[in-house]
Design a protein around this ligand. Structure first.
Ligand SMILES: [Zn+2]
Length: 96
């Protein structure tokens, strides 16, 4: 029986609506269209979704979000900054 390398898991690609780059889905953060408007809801899988780079603050700028999210752009921009996705370690207080 031949040694089989673990088959690379297929990662679906999505396009960032700010920079239009195609990236693996797990490098993007999902924004979901809710009845109340667009919201940043990581893990949400239902409804209409849009994707933004999780690690590029330049993709969170309100002016870049406005084309996709219109009036919700300022709220989305603020939520992305609150999530602090690019610097997770900065959330952790040093406990030494
Ligand atoms: Zn992007």
């Amino acid at each position: 029986m031949p040694l089989s390398a673990p088959r690379p898991r297929h990662v679906p690609e999505r396009t960032c609506v700010a920079c239009r780059r195609k990236r693996p889905q797990d490098e993007l953060v999902r924004v979901t269209r809710t009845p109340a408007g667009w919201r940043v809801l990581p893990g949400q899988r239902t409804g209409r979704g849009a994707y933004l780079c999780a690690d590029l603050p330049e993709c969170w700028q309100e002016k870049r979000l406005r084309r996709a999210f219109r009036g919700d752009a300022p709220a989305i921009s603020a939520e992305l900054r609150t999530l602090n996705l690019s610097n997770p370690s900065m959330d952790q207080p040093m406990t030494t």
